[in-house]
Design a protein around this ligand. Sequence first.
Ligand code: AMP
Length: 128
Amino acid sequence: MPIDATQPYDDSNIFARILRGELPCRKVHEDEFALAFHDINPQAPVHLLVIPKGAYVSWDDFTAKASDAEVAGFMRAVGQVAREAGLVAPGYRLLANTGGHGHQEVPHLHVHIFGGRQFREMVPLVRG
Ligand code: AMP
């Protein structure tokens, strides 16, 4: 079920539990601002998730409330993870589903990194 991106942060969500070490993940990167790991249900040969360490529900919540250092650190982490996964030369796709219409399911901001194959042009994806 998609979430309501205007809801307060719920620290029992699955990514909060991964951040606290209560649930395992296949980690590929961690720094002061971000954690990155393999998506449990990959939609591409490479499907990684990058999440901020701070408690932010969505892209909206993060960009409204996070400090400049958190925003910069998170953005740099997304780039670094893609780089370290060898995705720059072949190319890759980023996605941050937000709220109901965006079909966001986990209420902790995450950016999907998809790679390892050719993706279609974006219009069919946006049409859903
Ligand atoms: P979204 O629809 O953008 O909220 O995507 C949530 C993503 O989290 C989906 O691609 C799920 O496969 C993924 N996911 C859910 N639980 C886990 C988990 N425990 N470890 C890794 N990925 C997960």
